[in-house]
Ligand binder design. Structure first.
Ligand code: PMP
Length: 307
């Protein structure tokens, strides 16, 4: 993975190599940080780099920081402009990935959120080749449970919460699966290791509600709107049982990293026919066009980096 050349740090643009942080940095020890994961898509026809829904991502990252009692004078738009500046300096002509990170930057130990300086960093890397299988995924149900909102804020993108995601993902991959779904403490479905969940059953699309300890995904919101507006399909947000998923006609996941992930097997059971379903396949194709700015109706979601 290549490293960034430039970073936005607390309102200034700096070379990445001049922004080393110390080993005593508070958040490094306690996971008390908030972050985002944003995709940039190179549109070769227009010679333009489009960032997908950046204001929504910066709004969520600032909200996640608020959950950790961190306050900033920046608006989402300020951070979008900071991001634009580093992306222009990186001068990408390819897909990229952007990582905002809000952390307690004081080099002071202490398990607390108050009385410590918080910093905002934004950095980016080229996206490169994505090697994972995302159109024929075999998932398992994790033996871990999803963090509960009364333990670590589940709807925000909080660094420490990703210990949970890393355990879920690693155990699944080491057991030979592509990824895993995770149940909440009450035994109902929450989401995937780092993606939201959808299933199609008898012509209705179902996804978990935002009170089921899920990260409030921006792709999830995008998908709900596309399914309603472009496919005319009803989308229901409700509690989902494990065994309903085994009877689903289609299952797919969504997240900024991989877009729409099509699931064809779960714990060695076929999902529907065992082949990618129509809704998921068509949605994946549409989404890939939307994010590159190729669908006029949703062009507002795509933020152009270059003039
Ligand atoms: N859930 C978790 C735990 C995630 O890490 C992600 C990826 N950010 C998602 C869901 C999907 O969220 P988004 O669509 O905003 O990327």
């Amino acid at each position: 993975m290549s490293l960034p050349n430039f970073v936005y740090l607390d309102g200034e643009i700096k070379p990445y190599n001049d922004t080393r942080i110390g080993l005593m940095t508070n958040s490094l020890h306690y996971g008390t940080a908030a972050f985002g994961g944003i995709r940039g898509y190179w549109n070769a026809d227009e010679q333009q780099l489009f960032i997908f829904r950046p204001r929504d991502h910066y709004r969520r990252v600032l909200q996640s920081a608020t959950l950790l009692r961190m306050e900033f004078p920046y608006s989402p738009d300020d951070l979008v402009l900071g991001m634009r500046e580093i992306l222009r300096k990186e001068n990408y002509r390819e897909n990229c990935y952007i990582r905002p990170l809000i952390f307690l930057s004081d080099e002071k130990l202490g398990v607390k959120l108050h009385g410590l300086k918080a910093s905002v960093a934004i950095m980016s890397i080229p996206w490169g080749e994505y090697l994972s299988n995302v159109t024929d995924m075999h998932l398992t149900f994790s033996s871990w449970r999803r963090i509960d909102d009364n333990m670590i804020p589940a709807r925000g993108k909080i660094a420490g919460a990703y210990v949970n995601s890393a355990l879920i993902k690693t155990d699944a991959v080491l057991a030979g699966f592509d990824d895993a779904l995770v149940l909440a403490e009450d035994g109902h479905l929450s989401e995937g290791s780092a993606m939201n969940f959808f299933m199609v059953r008898d012509g209705v699309v179902v996804t978990t509600e935002i009170t089921q300890n899920i990260l409030e995904g921006i792709t999830r919101r995008t998908v709900i709107q596309l399914l309603k507006e472009q496919f005319g399909l009803p989308v229901v947000e409700r509690t989902i049982d494990r065994t309903e998923i085994f009877l689903a006609d289609e299952v797919f996941t969504c997240g900024s990293g991989t877009g729409i992930g099509i699931v064809t097997r779960i714990d060695h059971r076929k999902v529907g026919t065992g082949k990618p379903g129509n809704v998921a396949s068509q949605l994946r194709e549409l989404y890939e066009n939307v994010v590159c700015g190729k669908v006029a109706q949703y062009r507002d979601w795509c933020y152009p980096v270059y003039e």
